[in-house]
Design a protein around this ligand. Sequence first.
Ligand SMILES: Cc1ncc(C[n+]2csc(CCOP(=O)(O)OP(=O)(O)O)c2C)c(N)n1
Ligand SMILES: [Mg+2]
Length: 359
Amino acid sequence: MCGAGCQGAAEELRLLSDRLKAPLIHSVKGKDIMPYDDPHWMGGIGMIGTKPDYNAIMHCDLLLMLGTDYPYSEFLPSKGSVVQLDDRPEVLGRRAPTALGVLGSIKPTLKLLLGKVAAKSDTKFWDQVTKERHKWDDMLDKQADPARSKDRIHPQAVARAVGDLAKGDAIFVFDTGLNTLWSANWIRQNGSQRIIGSFNNAAVGTALAQANGIQALDRSRQVIALCGDGGFNMLMCEFLTAAHHKLPVKVVVYNNSAFGLITLEAESVGLPAYKKGIEFPNPDFAALASACGGHGFKAAKPGELKAAISEALTVDGPAIVDCVVAADELPNLPHINLEMVGHYAMAKIKEAVLACTRS
Ligand SMILES: Cc1ncc(C[n+]2csc(CCOP(=O)(O)OP(=O)(O)O)c2C)c(N)n1
Ligand SMILES: [Mg+2]
């Protein structure tokens, strides 16, 4: 399991993976280290991840945690068949009980390890995870197909279109919310692209500001901020900064007229979502872009999506693409327990009762 501490160690990771016949999985902060399509790179874990990887973590003989302080312990083994390697001593054993904690940087330590570790020949576990991974990818493909609905754009299709149309060395900046799940699960990075975000803080609204900072450091590189509408509205003034300083950032807004993740968070603990506080009207984002001195595009129907994104990516200067997306889209849950199902059902019942009693 590879985190951001594995940056620069892709070659050693591949060698170790081949030697041990061990699938490589990653935290979202480690996602950009290898191409999505590399057969070693099986995907992410947790909500930004896959069911095959959840199964792999829970059923492996040994989990090797490399340069990661992944915080969601419920997605990690609880029984201690874990060896953790990191150059931050305070993270060793912090998220999951470890059989062994090793202090060291990833690349040099993997080089030492490769000199000692014997090759395995049994590919059963590898084959199983690979097979499940291909099935999972097929499902993701279907969910992102722009032709899935005639009149509605599904947010997965937005992420996939941005990923497919971006330049080979683009930098994607993810915001926080449901949109993080769409971007992180559906963008297929190529190994040279970078992915940046407020991943530990999960600070909503910061993607565009980060994108401006990145673009100011390197004006030649394509920088794409993928924002929720709530997050964009919180810090929309940063688009003016982009226009003022001639930073050609591209902003893709997932427009669901809501703080989408908050609905899900409420329902997952059995509370009815407080729609008055969650839903909101939006400005015309394309008009806003022009008013600030940038370029504005809008996609409200599936047929408009690719053209809007591709024009925004090729236009000279900062641009916003307003993507009107289905607001009722549910993310894939790689692992569900009965308690979660119960809470969700309870929230839905409460919402139905409230809807009847209020009318
Ligand atoms: C600065 C900040 N404020 C509030 C939150 C809590 N929060 C997490 S996700 C979210 C909703 C974001 O809504 P939006 O940007 O529209 O994204 P969506 O979930 O709809 O994709 C909020 C308010 C946070 N993480 N950070
Ligand atoms: Mg939203």
